[in-house]
Design a protein around this ligand. Structure first.
Ligand code: HEM
Length: 133
């Protein structure tokens, strides 16, 4: 019994973790955004350079995938329309900042890499506002 209780608690925590992740995304962009949110949160909680690197790479992969998709509400807009262009531009900006952070990490500059997370967050806020997301 002494051993089963912690195991039970662990399973409950695991289940709670799984179900607290929104899984109701009904578009590829929403799925990518949710993956970005998860990776960004992990980056902010990273305790060391290795964890930060892994989560930044996940953030970059999801953002790169999102770039190949078109948000549902802009599907009818021409590819060179203002919202679709802003969407591409914002993700390019974000990917550039993630690359910058990864470069700093390679140079052993953990604090400076972490400081860039605030800029990434600001890019998110700017473009969510611009695109009414
Ligand atoms: C770390 C940065 C970012 C995070 C964590 C993030 C996170 C999110 C989340 C959680 C959603 C809601 C998804 C849902 O409805 O399930 C969302 C939606 C959205 N985000 Fe982001 N985002 C980030 C950066 C960006 C950037 C840079 C852009 C554009 C250039 C962007 C464009 C959008 C759009 C267009 C939607 C609405 C998707 C839709 O309803 O089809 N996001 N984002």
């Amino acid at each position: 019994m002494k051993k089963t209780l912690p195991a039970l608690c662990a399973s409950l925590l695991l289940a709670a973790g799984l179900f607290s992740t929104p899984v109701l995304a009904d578009s590829p962009v929403e799925m990518d955004m949710q993956a970005m949110a998860k990776a960004f949160k992990a980056a902010n909680n990273a305790d060391d350079a290795a964890q930060l690197q892994t989560s930044l790479e996940q953030l970059k992969a999801a953002a790169t995938h999102a770039k190949g998709e078109v948000p549902k509400k802009f599907k009818d807009e021409a590819a060179d329309g203002p919202n679709r262009q802003a969407y591409q531009q914002g993700l390019d900006e974000l990917i550039g900042q993630v690359d910058q952070a990864l470069g700093l990490l390679k140079d052993g500059k953990l604090d400076e890499a972490k400081a860039l997370l605030e800029e990434i967050n600001s890019t998110k806020r700017t473009y969510h506002k611009k695109l009414d997301a």
